[in-house]
Design a protein around this ligand. Sequence first.
Ligand SMILES: [Zn+2]
Length: 405
Amino acid sequence: MRVMKLKVALFAVLLAAPSLLAQNQTVRIHAATVLDGAGKTLRNATIVVQGSKITSIETGTPARGSSATYELGQLTVLPGMIDVHAHVGWHFDKDGRYAARPGSPAQEILYSAENAYVTLLAGFTTVQSPGQPNDVELRDAIARGVFPGPRILTSIRQINERSGTPDEIRQKVRQLKTDGADVIKIFASASIRDGGTQTMTDEQLNAVCGESNAQGMRTMVHAHSPESIKASVNAGCLQIEHGVFATDEVLKLMADKGVYFDPNVGVVLQNYLKNRDKYNGIGNYNDEGFAFMEKGLGLNKTMIQKAVATPKLMMVLGTDAVAGAHGHNADEIVERVRQGGQKPMDAIISATSMAAKSLRLSGTIGTLAAGYEADIVGLDGDPLTDITAVTRVAFVMRGGKVYKR
Ligand SMILES: [Zn+2]
C-alpha cells in the first residue's frame, strides 16, 4: 500500500515537473516602443512573461541585474495580431491550381498546417476560420502546444439558403455547438462573383441568429448587399463580413446595433487577381467572376472610406485569406489605412483588442497587460508613421514560446 502511494506521488511529481519549470522561468522582453493594442503607447518598456502569460509590464530603464532575455531594441512591439476571417485550409495543389476538391485527409491537413505556420510567422497568433471540418483537428493539434500555429477558432461548417426550414436550421446550430464549433458562419448573400444579392430568407436568418444567440454562440455573416446586411442585423446576427455594397444607412445600422463589421479590402480580391491563372475556369472563377472582382476593388475603396467615417462602427480585422494569401494577412491593415484613411492606431486596435472582443476573448488576448496570454510580436519600423511596418514581422511569441526572432 505504501509503495503504491509512493509510486502515485512520484508519478504526480514527474507529470508536474515540466510545467513547473516552464512556469518558473521568467522571460523579459525589452523594446523602445510597445503598443498595448488598446490604444496606449509605452516607451522603453519591458514585458515580463512567466509560462504562457504576461505577469507585468515595466517602463523606464530596467533595474540592474534584470537584463532582457530578448532585447528587441528599436522594434515596435504589439499584441499578436488576430485575423477574424481566414480560410486556413485553402491551398493550391501540386499542379499549381486552386484545389477546389479535397485531396486525401493527410494532404488536406498538412496543407492547412503549412498555412497555419506561415500565418503565425506573419505575426498572426489567432485566426478564425469560417470553416471546414478538419479545422477541428488542426485547432486541437495546435492547442496541444507542440505543433506551431496560431490559435484557431472555427465554424466547422456553414449555414446557407439550402440549409432547410427554420426548424431544421435551428437543429443545425445546436449540432454545430455539440460538434465544438467556435462560431456559426452564415451566407446571407451570394458571392461577389455572383452579384452579392440576398440569398437566405428573413425567416431563415431569424432562425439561425436567434438560435445562435439562445445557445450563446457567436455569428458571422457573409453579406454584400445592403438588404442582406440589414436583414442579418435585424435578425440579431453579431458580425457582418465583406459588405462590398454597404451604404451609409447600413453602416450606421451596424454601429447603432453594436454589430461588428469585417470589411475585406486589402487581401482577398488582390490575391485572386494576382493568381488569376490558378483559379480561372474553376466554378464561378470565370471571366464574369473576375470582372466582378476587378470592379470590387473600386467598390471596396468607396465602402471602406464610408465605413471609416461612420462614428462608433466597430471594425475588426479580417482578410478572407484563401489559397495564395496566407502569410499576407497584414496587407489588410495597410490597405485600410491607405485606401480607407483609417488612423494607423485604429487599424492596429481592430487587429488586436477589438478583434479579441469580437471573439469574446478580450480578457485573454489582443492586449498587452498583466494576466493576458504572452502573444507578442515585434515589427521592424513604426506602424504609426509607416503602416507597412505591420508586414515586417521580426519577432513572434505565442503563449510564451518564441517562433521567430
Ligand atoms: Zn470567406
